[in-house]
Design a protein around this ligand. Structure first.
Ligand code: UD1
Ligand code: MG
Length: 463
């Protein structure tokens, strides 16, 4: 029978090298906090009741970042090192027996497939532990892996405690291990903080296990990107770029065209339908869901949007928390703010801003308008420069526009206001009273013509 597996994620450190007030594992890569990536990977190999996150620095925020996964938490209090982080959970973890997998919360690129390989290799062996290692051109900052002649792992030496010969080793410790739980708990208390940093190093367990006659083996990865640990902002940028490259590649393989993918930012949880085209320098963020056959024009930024099929987002358009139905169009240079809904085939053009507004099917607001807190029916034309005056300095008021309404250019609709079906508003009008169905509303000064006015003025002012 295979030994049951549980996973502990160490996420209690502040991350001094980030030079941040925020705990390191809360910093984001690929649009998610680092620790969230690790929790997701852990959940691919164990159910939530067998996954634990060790929290310490900003424990409340770290818990909140992953609370929706229903994993367990262990409080470390003051972080005194990676071995201490495990020891504080002894009461809860030791009774679980089987295999204990340790992941570090600052290692967001590890894939479930590699984690499964680690566990399988440990299951199949008589070793006390298996550790993932890789080779780095520049191993600085990482623990070095010291091997014996048979290829077994003899020790892991931390940078701060390493001799010059050990520093020259470029095989490094990923910080991802699978331990036989009984042996880990037997020897973990022997780790002492007798190193220049004064920390309880989990990596010392390897030397102890060897001294006690146990084997420790390595799972060596040729591709080192999966085990990149984030310690500085430079590492963070690298992890972010790698996660994003992974995401765009996944989308392209699912049938999405991405032009110059290295310029495109897509968060991990975004979904995009096949045959959609994403142009250069686009950002698609949060939990956006984009249908098939859409086009997202260059320079556009979309956050938490829902797009139907064949939606045309023209260049340099910002859309946030909005839904755009099939065949609708927005931009170039449009701004669509939260709680906005574009009906099927609706058009919003350049320099148009919408907020908390429904624009009905096939309705158009093509140039230079502000529509806020408005409900607009189907087949309307909202002229250039139309403004809904939704704010009186104290409160917001609604504008309701029926179907097939024509609002002339530069109309000012003072809310609360209602325009009934099939009415017209003359250009330049200030509308303060409701407009009935099929009426024409004019709210502007009548034009005056003064014949010969120029000639008379010229003669009157002659020297
Ligand atoms: C660690 C390893 C190093 C390895 C590297 C891989 C140790 C001693 N060293 O070094 O061999 O090459 O990771 O990325 O383990 N944490 C706690 N409580 C603590 C200390 C740390 O929960 O008391 C957490 C941190 O929040 C972090 C993780 O453990 O998520 C790793 O800590 P970090 O300080 O980044 O260790 P490294 O110096 O990177
Ligand atoms: Mg680290």
């Amino acid at each position: 029978m295979q030994a049951p597996v549980h996973v502990v994620i160490l996420a209690a450190g502040l991350g001094t090298r980030m030079k941040s007030r925020r705990a390191k594992v809360l910093h984001e890569a690929g649009g998610l906090p680092l620790v969230e990536h690790v929790v997701r990977t852990a959940l691919a190999v164990a159910p939530p009741e067998r996954v634990f996150v060790v929290v310490g620095c900003q424990a409340e925020q770290v818990r909140a970042a992953v609370s929706r996964y229903s994993v367990g938490f262990i409080e470390q209090g003051e972080p005194k090192g990676t071995a201490h982080a495990l020891l504080v959970g002894r009461d809860r973890l030791e009774p679980l027996g089987g295999l204990l997998t340790v992941l570090y919360g600052d290692c967001p690129l590890l894939t479930p497939a590699t984690l499964l390989r680690l566990i399988a290799q440990q299951q199949a062996s008589d070793a006390a532990a298996t550790v993932i290692t890789t080779r780095l051109e520049d191993p600085s900052g990482y623990g070095r892996v010291i091997r014996d002649e048979q290829g077994g792992v003899l020790a892991i030496v931390e940078q701060k405690a390493a001799s010059p010969a050990e520093l020259a080793v470029n095989e490094i410790n990923s910080g991802i291990y699978c331990f036989r739980s009984d042996l880990l708990w037997r020897y973990l208390p022997e780790i002492r903080p007798d190193n220049p940093a004064g920390e309880y190093y989990l990596t010392d367990i390897v030397g102890i296990l060897r001294r006690e006659g146990h084997k420790v083996q390595a799972l060596f990865l040729e591709d080192s990107t999966e085990v990149l640990g984030v310690n500085t902002r430079v590492d963070l940028a690298r992890a972010d770029a790698l996660l994003r490259a992974r995401k765009t590649q996944e989308l392209m393989l699912e049938g999405v065209t991405i032009r110059q993918p290295e310029t495109v930012t897509v968060d991990c949880d975004v979904r995009v339908g096949a045959d959609t085209v994403i142009e250069p320098f686009v950002q698609i963020l949060g939990r956006s869901v984009i249908g098939r056959d859409c086009r997202i024009g260059t320079g556009s930024i979309l956050r938490d949007v829902e797009l139907g099929e064949r939606v045309d987002v023209r260049p340099y358009t910002l859309i946030e928390e909005a839904r755009l139905e099939d065949d609708s169009r927005a931009g170039p240079f449009a701004r669509i703010r939260p709680a906005t809904h574009l009906g099927a085939g609706a058009h919003v053009g350049n320099f148009v801003e919408l907020k908390n507004t429904r624009l009905g099917a096939r309705s158009k607001a093509n140039h230079l308008a502000y529509l806020g807190d408005a409900e607009i029916g189907a087949d309307c034309n909202i002229g250039a420069g139309t403004i809904t005056c939704n704010y009186d300095g104290e409160r917001k008021h609604p504008t309701r526009i029926g179907n097939r309404v024509f609002v002339g250019s530069n109309a000012t609709l003072v809310a609360p206001i209602e325009l009934a079906d099939d009415c017209y508003v003359g250009a330049g009008s200030v509308i303060t009273e409701p407009v009935p169905s099929e009426a024409l509303a004019l709210g502007r000064a009548r034009q005056v013509i003064k014949e010969g006015w120029v000639r008379k003025r010229r003669e009157a002012t002659k020297p």
